[in-house]
Design a protein. Structure first.
Length: 265
């Protein structure tokens, strides 16, 4: 069995963060492991508290994983401080991690900010250059590129800028009323659009975590990046299409909608 590691924060309501990542990785047929960067007190209506792991303890978690069950892919999510970003970057370099998917989480679906300005700079300097692929949403792509995105051409300009700056592929995710379900993959100087069907489901808690984890899972299984993105988009469409309805805010998806289906293969 192939293996994947998520380095991210815990979501006490189970819809995003490491809980979503582990469910997604399991549903996509890989063995999931986690290094927890922070505990959060959150639910579908917002984030109400964050308790960070210490840098030493995060390093300890990563040492334990890489020296015992080496991951075939790594996904990073919520990392809210400079010290933790430095630890992650150091360990990924030390253990020559491969298939690194960086979800540059800055703001939760509910609108709660999850990273400090100082940490954004560390993210840019240390973590992004290590990525195989970045998966920013529209607001995150604007922060990383310094450009305003209002249409498809804006997505292409931002993705090109980010890719050139950090030397990695960039999957600029649609949404935010711009190309709702269409994502743009920019790599090696070329653009490829992945068309998706708009699913009218208000419960989108954890979509970013889920997509990046599904991509990492497929990279771990040996799919190339195009195929990994295609399969990940199909998986998330199924999870959204199941129309799970939990909580009082933007609820979670049904990650196990097809537990014995084609996505395990």
């Amino acid at each position: 069995m192939k293996t994947a590691l998520t380095i991210a924060g815990s979501d006490s309501s189970g819809g995003a963060g490491i809980q979503a990542d582990i469910k997604t990785m399991s549903a996509n047929g890989v063995y999931a492991m986690s290094a927890v960067t922070a505990l959060t007190a959150q639910n579908t209506t917002g984030v109400y508290g964050i308790l960070e792991a210490t840098p030493d303890f995060l390093a300890n978690q990563l040492d334990c994983i890489f020296t015992d069950i080496y991951p075939d892919a790594v996904k990073t999510g919520m990392v809210s401080s400079t010290a933790l970003i430095q630890v992650i970057a150091d360990k990924l370099i030390q253990y020559q991690a491969k298939n690194i998917v960086v979800d540059p989480v800055m703001v939760a679906t509910s609108g709660s900010r999850l990273i400090s300005e100082e940490a954004v700079d560390a993210l840019k300097e240390r973590l992004l250059p290590l990525a195989t692929v970045l998966t920013p949403n529209i607001p995150e792509a604007e922060v990383l590129s310094g450009l305003t995105i209002s249409d498809a051409a804006g997505m292409e300009a931002a993705a090109r800028s980010i890719s050139q700056r950090y030397g990695c592929a960039v999957l600029c995710k649609g949404g935010h009323q711009i190309n709702d379900a269409d994502d743009l993959l920019w790599r090696d100087g070329t653009a490829k659009w992945f068309r998706g069907r708009r699913i009218h489901n208000p419960n989108t808690h954890g979509t970013g975590c889920t997509l990046s984890s599904a991509i990492a899972s497929n990279l771990a299984k040996g799919y190339d990046l195009d195929a990994a993105v295609e399969r990940a988009k199909a998986y998330i469409s199924g999870a959204l299409g199941a129309m799970l309805d939990l909580g009082k805010g933007s609820g979670p998806m049904d990650h196990l909608f097809d537990l014995k289906g084609e996505f395990v293969l």
